[in-house]
Design a protein around this ligand. Structure first.
Ligand code: FES
Length: 493
């Protein structure tokens, strides 16, 4: 006999031996599962018959009533700055889509003027299968589950409908769409086997730009096209190519570093036609995952921390009680605690008598505000993430024969780069201090690149030149990668 699970008042029958998380995924309910259901992150909490449980660790063994956590509006970066492109003018309405590991953004554009008519965004529903890309790819590789692809397209269709409704048109008035995403998102979205991304040397199976019939994915106008930007190599994918397009990176006259920090750190260093890219496994710490009180940048998240009279002060999105901490808050908190001597250069938490009241009982955590704290393990996660990024920057510069001080401009693309404080990034050694005054955040540059390629076939063609003209550096093959990575784990003294 199948057990009946009532989720927020709606009933579903459980399959034998199924966990609550599996049932929720199957039924289309959204619940973040940052560790992919391994019982390690403690973030998939739900109420079962009024009692708190981890959905991934709860096997449905009776009828039960489940209450999902209250949803808070997530802060999703949709704006960006990019040079204008001359639209072809052949299509009246086109879509541009940015598929991020964490969020999805859909823009409806006027194909004649290039204006953005409407924008809609949502969390990536694949988050139910893990916060980081690798665990999702491995899940698909081992199970062949198609729902990561279908759930993503279902959400994109909903977003596309939302933009069309806002502009007062039908979905079938739209005659083209362009898509960007990292190599993993690219493969999951198109149903390409992730095998090659899961095994050394971790290269995408498909690098080339693709032009496909959109009707296989979204119910747009008959004959509508789908342009997918090319991948560069490894996890440096079409989203980075979108950033290169938006920034006209083949025309920069001084050494410029482009950084997009998410669960992977993707970066490109270039000047004119010389470009090299690499990706570093930064992990999801700066997305608020794998952090004890981590959360996305939503209401209740501590998003910034500053020093005041020898103590810290936190700002909370929405201004109410702190419910957790997001990536920019984590970065600031570590920078502030380093300055206060609460964190030693080797990453150990130290007790400072003047702040004794702020420590947890075992002295292995530091309370930031309300019940939100930073633990010793959190600091270790930040060390891994910041070292990965710094090591990528160091090696790109070395392989291009460029001194750090020769870099004239640092472009930060993406949500974390937009909200983080550059001072904190330099204070913890994630970026070299010489770069502090050269940093500019450009918002969702990948989305801007997608827009340009939706509006102009010439720009879409140029995306292939941008990708093929960029040398991919596989960091793991460098003999001294490991030693440099270990060296960069410490914070600056
Ligand atoms: S503990 Fe359940 S998803 Fe991580």
């Amino acid at each position: 006999m199948a057990y009946v699970v009532t989720v927020d008042g709606k009933a579903a029958a459980a399959a034998p031996g199924e966990t609550l998380l599996e049932l929720l995924r199957r039924g289309g309910w959204q619940l973040d599962a940052p560790c992919g259901g391994q019982g390690r992150c403690g973030k998939c909490r739900v109420l079962v018959d009024g009692k708190e449980c981890l959905a991934c660790q709860t096997v449905v063994d009776r009828d039960m009533a489940v209450q999902l956590p209250h949803e808070t509006a997530e802060r999703i970066l949709t704006g960006g700055k990019a040079g204008a492109v001359v639209p072809d003018g052949t299509d009246r309405y086109v879509l541009a889509i940015d598929v991020g590991t964490t969020t999805l953004v859909c823009y409806l554009l006027d194909g004649h003027t290039g204006a953005t008519l409407a924008t809609a965004s949502a969390g990536n529903p694949q988050r139910q299968y893990g916060a980081d890309l690798i665990s999702r790819l491995q899940y698909v590789r081992s199970t062949g589950d198609k729902s990561l692809k279908t759930s993503c397209w279902d959400t994109l269709e909903r977003l596309a409908r939302q933009t069309a409704a806002e502009a007062g048109i039908a979905l079938t008035d739209i005659t083209g769409v362009s898509v960007v995403g990292n190599s993993g998102m690219h493969h999951l979205l198109l149903g390409i086997s992730p095998e090659s991304l899961c095994t050394p040397p971790y290269n995408p199976q498909v690098l080339d730009a693709l032009e496909l019939p959109a009707g296989d994915y979204l119910p747009l106008a008959p004959g509508a096209w789908l342009r997918v930007l090319p991948n560069i190599g490894g996890f440096v994918g079409a989203d980075t190519v979108g950033c290169l397009s938006a920034e006209n990176f083949d025309q920069v006259e001084d050494w410029t570093l482009l950084l997009d920090i998410g669960t992977n750190g993707e970066m490109v260093l270039g000047k004119g036609e010389k470009r090299m890219a690499c990706s570093t496994a930064a992990g999801p710490a700066f997305e608020g995952a794998r952090i004890a009180c981590g959360m996305h940048g939503a209401e209740g998240a501590i998003d910034h921390v500053r020093l005041e009279n020898g103590d810290i002060r936190c700002s909370v999105i929405g201004g109410g009680r702190a419910a957790g901490i997001c990536g920019s808050g984590v970065l600031d908190a570590v920078a502030a605690l380093l300055k206060l001597g609460v964190i030693a250069p080797n990453g150990r938490l130290r007790v400072q008598e003047a702040l004794a009241g702020r420590y947890g009982e075992d002295k292995r955590s530091f309370i930031l505000q309300d019940a939100v704290y930073l633990s010793q393990k959190d600091v270790r996660e930040v060390q891994l993430a910041k070292s990965a990024i710094r090591t990528g920057v160091d090696f790109l510069a070395r392989e291009m024969g460029v001194g750090i001080s020769d870099i004239r401009r640092v472009i930060l693309a993406g949500a974390f780069g937009n909200y983080m404080r550059p001072e904190s990034a330099c204070a913890i050694g994630m970026l070299p201090p010489e770069l502090l005054e050269k940093i500019t955040a450009v918002g969702n540059a990948a989305g801007e690149g997608a827009k340009r390629c939706a509006l102009s076939r010439a720009e879409f063609r140029r995306s292939t030149e941008l990708a093929r003209g960029t040398t991919f550096l596989e960091l793991a093959t460098l003999p001294d990668f490991q030693s440099q990575y270990l060296k960069n784990l410490d914070f600056p003294k």
